[in-house]
Design a protein around this ligand. Structure first.
Ligand SMILES: [Zn+2]
Length: 333
């Protein structure tokens, strides 16, 4: 009774027409949790939000990045794939979730998430000197590549295009090379933003999950490179290919072949480099491959194809992507 009175008093005092406890997680958001439990630099996190009623929209913020949630088959359960950059400072970060409810009410939840230090290796590599001290022509090329990559990563598909677990792109075990500090020719130090798979030249390389090709081109450092957009700012990157077998705008199904492994670009020998980029952060591909993820129905992938078209990516060839892919496959078999 006393509580009731104080609530009434509060309403009178504030002249409140707004909700009484808009900040309370009990009003809307029931639970926020993530897989895996323990996160480190480079980790990929699959975040789940449970609500006690159906929201219109769920959004979030974590380590300075916006999170886009998508609805599961149960409209009270929403998910997001996110990650901590390889170079995130270890520490505790707020994970803020905001749900817009029907009727305009907005509810928040804040959780503390620990990011531990990963145990990255370091090592020395020798490559042709032009990859360390590029000449004027190469510098021009590197600059043009940078512009193209920025445009590529600004490509946006609102709905996830992936479904289920991400698969290994080649038939080889990954090395523990991700996050490694590498010194090239004893002069240039850089962080290895991906995982190398030891394969000989000519091994088939498949796309790790369904998505749309947003770059298929030879670049200075990356060599023949393919970048695939899986929706909601998640990209996988495949480098140093001897042959590219897909084109920009091709829609690939999980496990579909995109090219052959090789040793183009800045390499010391043949291998596949796989990278994972989410919302500008570079994540550890082995951590993405280790996640158990739900199957998303064709409905979600259709939604993905209706998303905002790329203003950023290259011109279409006037042939439907599927047709083009079939032609390519026929030509390469
Ligand atoms: Zn690499």
């Amino acid at each position: 009774m006393r509580r009731f009175r104080s609530i009434v008093l509060l309403i009178i005092l504030t002249g409140a027409t707004s909700p009484i406890f808009p900040q309370s997680p009990a009003h809307g958001i029931k639970n926020v949790f993530w897989q895996p439990n323990e996160l480190q630099q480079g980790s990929v996190a699959f975040i789940t939000v449970e609500l006690d009623r159906v929201p219109r929209r769920v959004r979030g913020k974590w380590i300075g990045k916006d999170l886009a949630f998508f609805k599961s088959d149960n409209p009270k359960i929403w998910h997001a794939l996110a990650g901590a950059d390889l170079e995130t400072q270890p520490g505790t970060y707020d994970l803020t979730v905001t749900a817009a409810m029907v009727g305009g009410r907005v509810v928040h939840s804040v959780k503390k998430v620990d990011i531990g230090a990963a145990n990255f290796r370091s090592g020395a590599l020798d490559v042709p000197e032009n990859f360390v001290e590029p000449d004027a022509a190469s510098k021009k090329q590197i600059e043009a590549d940078g512009v193209l990559k920025n445009r590529t990563f600004s490509h946006f598909i609102a709905a996830p295009q992936w479904s289920g677990d991400f698969v290994t792109p080649v038939k080889a075990k990954p090395t523990d090379s991700c996050g490694m500090t590498r010194v090239f020719n004893e002069e240039l130090s850089s962080t290895h933003r991906g995982t190398d798979f030891p394969v000989n030249e000519g091994a088939p390389v498949v796309v790790s999950n369904s998505g749309t090709v947003v770059l298929a081109k030879e670049l200075f450092y990356e060599g023949n490179c393919v970048i695939v957009d899986h929706g909601q700012r998640l990209f996988t990157i495949y480098m140093h290919l001897s042959k590219i077998e897909v084109k920009v705008r091709d829609k690939l199904g999980k496990g579909e072949r995109l090219g052959l492994s090789g040793q183009t670009g800045r390499v010391t020998g043949p291998h596949l480099h796989m990278g994972v980029r989410w919302n500008g952060a570079y994540l550890d591909p082995t951590k993405l491959l280790a996640l158990t993820l739900p199957n998303l129905g064709p409905e979600k992938r259709r939604a993905a194809t209706r998303a905002r078209p790329a203003s950023a990516i290259g011109r279409g060839e006037g042939v439907h992507p599927k047709t083009r892919l079939k032609l390519l496959k026929a030509a390469s078999s």
